[in-house]
Design a protein around this ligand. Structure first.
Ligand code: NAD
Length: 285
């Protein structure tokens, strides 16, 4: 008689993993508050009112409340000039009661995002995106502030006992916000890394060589059955909204789930870990 054994992939649950990191973070918040007499405070500078940015800001505020930290949310008009926006950043730099600053991306096209980000004091750069901090994480400095998504990916893997050291990782996406910092984080942790992007000639050819696939393209269904092989781990960073309002990742979950070894769901995978990591960055600052 022939027995067919169906493999069940492990779901890497970001909400559960986040809870495991919470007690330590709450302790750090308490320690900061008792020493300084202040609540650790993150300034979020937003321009305009994109629905996706609004929902990310809401999630950050709710998380801050849970851990006893504070968010100072500054929302500038869509038409604000670059000079005035940089002025807001500088005011936050000077304010003693603010320990971390992020500029909610994307910014409108008339503003040079790099000029605004580089106005952030690197000592308050909670997203790790100033030129000074990029140099530090790219250089593999141990206490560098990593962009939150990269830190979140590293921590969800650590929580599930998955090591990057010596592994072959394929990262899909090469943005400064996600793809490149994730790739640098993997390199720093001892992985061999390939970065794929929209001009990669044969994506499946590359992804099949990986032990771990980390997808950050924002293209629903990009990674399907033809891109994976048995035993791989998939970290799905992508978040897109379907026409009926559902949040989905880059990976066709149903097509790959019986082949691969483990996968992060969307929602409930990397997303919750990214918010955690942002506040871990704040406490490190
Ligand atoms: P981006 O648009 O700046 O970059 C997308 C990258 O994907 C580009 O480098 C592009 O070359 C690559 N790409 C696009 N189409 C491709 C294809 N067909 N094949 C291979 N590569 C392709 O986006 P981003 O800011 O880097 O964000 C990426 C995704 O991650 C988005 O869905 C975003 O919403 C999501 N995101 C999630 C979190 C989280 O916490 N889970 C945080 C930040 C961003």
């Amino acid at each position: 008689m022939l027995f067919v054994v169906k493999m069940q992939s492990i779901i890497l649950d970001g909400r559960k993993a986040r809870e495991a990191f919470m007690p330590q973070l709450v302790e750090k918040v308490k320690a900061f508050s008792s020493v300084s007499g202040n609540v650790p405070t993150l300034a979020i500078i937003q321009v305009g009112a994109r629905a996706d940015s609004d929902s990310y800001v809401r999630a950050k505020k709710a998380f801050a409340e849970r851990i006893g930290a504070a968010v100072k949310h500054m929302q500038a008009d869509e038409n604000i000039s670059e000079t005035d926006l940089i002025g807001i950043v500088r005011e936050c730099n000077a304010e003693h009661d603010i320990q971390g600053i992020i500029v909610q991306l994307p910014l409108p096209a008339h503003i040079d995002k790099d000029a605004v980000i580089d106005a952030i004091d690197p000592k308050k750069d909670a997203d790790g995106l100033t030129a000074a901090n990029i140099r530090r994480w790219l250089g593999g400095e141990k206490d560098a502030i990593f962009p939150a998504t990269a830190r979140g990916v590293s921590e969800i893997m650590a929580h599930y006992g998955m090591k990057l050291f010596g592994k072959k990782v394929v990262v899909i996406g090469r943005s400064m916000l996600v793809g490149k910092p994730v790739a640098a984080m993997c390199l720093n942790e001892g992985a061999t890394v390939t970065i794929c992007h929209s001009k990669t000639a044969d994506l499946a050819d590359e992804t099949k060589t990986a032990d771990i696939i980390i997808s950050a393209a924002g293209k629903p269904g990009l990674v399907g059955k033809e891109h994976v092989r048995r035993g791989q781990v998939i970290i799905d960073v992508g978040i897109s909204k379907t026409a009926d309002g559902k949040l989905v990742g880059d990976v066709d979950f149903d097509a790959v789930k019986d082949v691969i070894a483990a996968i992060t769901p969307v929602p409930g995978g990397v997303g919750p870990m990214t918010v955690l990591a942002l506040f871990e960055n704040l406490l490190d600052l």
